[in-house]
Design a protein around this ligand. Structure first.
Ligand SMILES: Nc1ncnc2c1ncn2[C@@H]1O[C@H](COP(=O)(O)OP(=O)(O)O)[C@@H](O)[C@H]1O
Ligand SMILES: [Mg+2]
Length: 187
């Protein structure tokens, strides 16, 4: 497998195309992580990639179609699908659109939020700046959200007591993040 051009970059990882495989991409830890990010990776998230694979595997069935599948993961690399639109072009993140003007898309986002809440998965990364959700255009009119970064889902780092204490706060924060996301990107 030959790694191609860089297609995205987050706080921790770079994402690269795969030569000859338009429907795949590879993520790798950034080489130039800052001191605190390095500490975070070392102590809290040493298995960031393998953790993401485990999360995908154990997602509730209703949520799975909205999460981009992870194909394989090691400590260094993660091989994952790269969503394609109906015309064969690569799906782009919400932030590239500025505003996403498609009611079906937002209905599905609302379904995701409802399901996450039902399963008490209150994570914040997804609804942050529009880079972790892609708009997959299944036809001219039918657009669907695909979450491509969900490494923080689950909050395994929290001990149980603390977790219970923080539960209502987390839920509140989750919805605050989502409301901000919707206000910013709903067209
Ligand atoms: N499966 C994918 N298909 C297309 N682009 C992706 C995919 N996964 C990630 N990206 C892009 O690469 C960026 C970095 O990947 P991400 O997993 O968010 O890294 P980090 O863990 O550092 O946040 C994302 O913000 C997104 O724009
Ligand atoms: Mg990200």
């Amino acid at each position: 497998m030959e790694v191609g051009e860089k297609i995205g970059s987050g706080n921790f990882r770079d994402c690269f195309a795969v030569e000859g495989e338009p429907g795949l991409c590879v993520k790798r830890l950034k080489q130039d992580l800052g001191f605190f990010q390095r500490l975070q990776v070392a102590f809290l998230r040493p298995g960031m990639n393998t953790e993401e694979l485990a999360i995908y595997t154990s997602l509730p069935a209703g949520l799975k179609p909205y999460f981009n599948p992870v194909l394989s993961a090691t400590r260094e690399y993660l091989v994952t699908a790269r969503p394609l639109d109906y015309d064969g072009s690569h799906s782009r993140p919400v932030c590239d659109y500025g505003k996403v003007a498609n009611d079906g898309f937002w209905e599905e986002v609302e379904r995701i939020v409802h399901l996450l809440d039902e399963h008490r998965i209150w994570f914040f990364d997804t609804f942050l700046i529009g880079t972790n959700i892609l708009v997959q255009r299944e036809s001219e009119a039918r657009w669907k959200p695909v979450i491509v970064d969900y490494k923080h889902l689950g909050w395994k780092a929290f001990p149980l007591q603390l977790n219970l204490l923080l539960r209502s706060e987390k839920r509140k924060k989750f919805f605050r993040c989502y409301c901000r996301f919707e206000a910013r990107f709903r067209g």
